[in-house]
Design a protein around this ligand. Structure first.
Ligand SMILES: [Zn+2]
Length: 96
């Protein structure tokens, strides 16, 4: 009997919106340095830049089902909510 088995794959994109946000974050950090004399500039741009960077990083790395490509919230999920595939846990192999 064959069971629908799948794996959780970690996907990272360098071309998506996440990367663009990270680039924007970097620009914001540069602006923070450039506006250092204004006092308020580095605070605003600094915080904004760091936030964009973290947010962009979260957007550019995600987990998905190797069977259907559906996005997953975390790697502790046992069964794919989209195609009902059972995820095989990486190292732990149970062969009988
Ligand atoms: Zn799936």
């Amino acid at each position: 009997m064959e069971t629908n088995q799948s794996k959780i794959v970690r996907v990272s994109s360098f071309a998506g919106a996440g990367c663009a946000l990270q680039a924007l974050g970097l620009v914001s950090l540069i602006l923070a340095v450039a506006t250092l004399f204004t006092v308020i500039g580095p605070i605003v741009f600094g915080f904004f830049g760091i936030w964009l960077f973290i947010y962009g990083r979260r957007k550019s790395i995600w987990l998905e089902c190797s069977n259907c490509g559906g996005k997953l919230a975390n790697n502790r999920i046992k069964i794919c909510p989209y195609c009902k595939a059972i995820f095989i846990v990486g190292e732990r192999k149970c062969l009988n």
